[in-house]
Ligand binder design. Structure first.
Ligand code: CA
Length: 219
């Protein structure tokens, strides 16, 4: 899962990024509204965290422009003030959720997981597919109850496929959702990760749909 964090307090932004990265997310950072807007246009995210008070372009404007460009990415808004006016304005401008500063990072993480889960049409915190479970709260995977050791990129590939296990995911889509922007991408590496996941989870765990991409194998 790939996340955009837009926050001009750099220390806070980097703390959030570190927490999300250690939970298996690919994270991009923007410290002003202009870069946020460009990244939202050009990149594919599973969720975004957007501070309202930002240099260059304010958060509500970023939000409105994003929605008027038909970008449906789930957005959690952060605000320094807890006024109900501001919440109403943000939600009416297209925010999906709202957290007032100062906050506990755990609460922000739980809300982001919920947004991603809902956007993917999942109801449970823990994702299950046959004997396989993936818990986005801990970034842990088990097979038949036994914990599996996955690298961070193997986990990202599996997490994306598990969130979208009712459909085929193309190699390009997978590539867009497992790497942060500054990472040198090579779509061939997706094949390598899939091969390693099959060795660890079983040859039929992930199916190749010729010409289209990948999907979780029949459980
Ligand atoms: Ca701010």
């Amino acid at each position: 899962m790939r996340l955009l964090i837009v926050e001009d307090e750099e220390r806070l932004a980097r703390n959030l990024a570190a927490m999300f990265e250690s939970s298996g997310y690919a994270v991009d950072l923007a410290f002003d509204g202009e870069r946020a807007e460009r990244l939202l246009c050009d990149e594919r995210y599973d969720a975004a965290i957007l501070d309202l008070g930002l240099p260059k372009i304010d958060g509500v404007t970023v939000l409105r422009r994003c929605r008027s460009a038909s970008n449906a990415v789930p957005i959690l808004v952060l605000s320094a003030r807890g006024s109900w006016h501001e919440k109403v304005e943000a939600i009416d401008s297209g925010a999906d959720d709202f957290v007032v500063k100062p906050f506990q990072i755990e609460e922000v993480m739980a809300r982001v997981r919920a947004l991603i889960r809902r956007a993917a049409g999942q109801l449970q915190s823990e994702l299950r597919h046959g004997a396989l479970t993936l818990d986005p709260r801990t970034a842990k995977v088990t097979l038949g109850g036994a914990p599996m050791r996955l690298t961070s990129h193997e986990y990202r590939v599996l997490a994306y496929l598990m969130h979208h296990r009712d459909r085929v995911v193309s190699q390009i889509e997978l590539t867009e959702h497992i790497y942060a922007q500054d990472f040198e991408r090579d779509s061939n590496t997706v094949e390598v990760f899939i091969g390693r996941l099959r060795r660890k989870l079983g040859a039929t765990s992930i199916e190749t749909v010729r010409g289209l991409g990948y999907r979780m194998g029949a459980p």
